[in-house]
Design a protein around this ligand. Sequence first.
Ligand SMILES: NC(=O)c1ccc[n+]([C@@H]2O[C@H](COP(=O)([O-])OP(=O)(O)OC[C@H]3O[C@@H](n4cnc5c(N)ncnc54)[C@H](OP(=O)(O)O)[C@@H]3O)[C@@H](O)[C@H]2O)c1
Length: 480
Amino acid sequence: MNGKKIPPYLLVIVGGTGDLARRKLLPAICRLREKNLSEFYLIGAGTGKKHNDLTYRDFVARSLEEEGVDIGAMGDSFDWLYYHSVGGGSVEEYKSLADRVAELEKKLNLSGNRVFYLAVPPSVFPNAIKNIGEVGLNKSAGEIKLVVEKPFGQDLQSARELNALVHKYFDESQIYRIDHYLGKETVQNLLAFRFSNAMFESLWNRDRIERVEITVAETVGVEHRAGYYDRVGALRDMIQNHLTQLLTLIAMEVPTALEADDVRHEKVKVLRAVSPISTDEVIFGQYTRGAVQGKEAASYTEEEGISKESHTETFVALKLNISNWRWQGVPFVLRTGKRLFKGITEVAITFRRPPVSIFRQFSIKDIQPNKLVMTLQPNEGFDLFFKVKEPGDSYKLSTQSLHFEYSEVFGRIPDAYETLLLDVLRGDQTLFVRADEVEASWELYTPLLSHSFDVYNYASGTWGPEEAEQLLDGEKWCTM
Ligand SMILES: NC(=O)c1ccc[n+]([C@@H]2O[C@H](COP(=O)([O-])OP(=O)(O)OC[C@H]3O[C@@H](n4cnc5c(N)ncnc54)[C@H](OP(=O)(O)O)[C@@H]3O)[C@@H](O)[C@H]2O)c1
């Protein structure tokens, strides 16, 4: 982050009253304003007529308090916030939004720099994009940017259609497809870790690495997203975007520079090198009753808004093979699920064992391999596990670790949305997903969407169905 002042912007959050806006975007925007990096104004847009500018300011103040933002300390009267209803989303209603934008730009003496942030249900993306374009909001004397929340499409076909629609009104250089995982400091640190530590980079290949595990485990169930989640499931909701983004950062080649297109070229190359996924190497699961961290939990089909007959997967584990010189033969095993034993996001790299054991009392199988475990949440940092001899006469090996934890060294880590919004304002697309990248990712997973997988039950509070173990060829998952 450089501290250069950003020119004034008008931010329009379509969906400015929603859960994402309330919990993530508005707190992040207020923190950015506090840092005084930019003078920006915001219009929250929604369907309802329930707000005017004043009640919207109250709504934002309340939301910030609920999220633990100290608004007293900010001394903010929120007079930079406005509300506008786009009702049912007709062209006329967007025309009235365009009039409001023009009026505010004139009144506030802004030069036409605008960000449109689509924080609406995905079914609304096409209409919002089309209307923003049709009423000419995508044209001004300043810089115009469009931010689109996840999920970008439901399969390859819909992602292509959405890309075509966006490109009708915006140039790719104006488009910011969000995958908020990329805004996490620790995810960005994967690049720093890999490309500034030559020691690890020289080990980062099929000669030294036996397998890579990527786990995103949640303890929560579907919560308030029942209707949406039951239609999409874990493969679309988590694997296609978050876990696959982590995979590309772990597996990519060294980019020429840390510039948006250099990084994104390399990520796309990884996706194109992944072999078609074998359906035998995909395990689906669904949670049943159990206890998560001592609290009783209902089964998925008992959740409010979920059909008793639902076969939607709340857990997916699958194996990917990247067919290139660096990774051929190294399995990448991805795993995600709800209501699992604990909430954790981590990448575990298992290195190869020594070729033979010189210790008479241990076979080579008894010598645990070195592991590098990069924890992206909750205790951001890493552990490098290695073997030492325990003191004493006989040779007894013990596993120890080198441990680094972000918060112990650096204190508060900025929220992902704070980082991403700042990048949007600065025009840095490195942490956003490019059109060909999102399509390459859907290309990989779309064939699985029409396959009828067995959905294995797992008790809430466990690590998912036992069947997922078979993906590790007799080894154990790193996080158990
Ligand atoms: N919530 C999260 O933690 C989260 C995390 C990652 C990604 N996302 C993504 O963020 C987006 C929003 O999610 P959310 O959880 O905030 O949803 P939400 O709580 O249901 O809020 C939806 C927002 O969109 C507005 N809206 C609905 N239909 C509209 C339309 N036709 N035209 C204009 N505005 C409309 C609503 O306005 P009214 O209130 O006036 O109806 C509300 O402000 C989704 O794409 C979701 O996948 C959310």
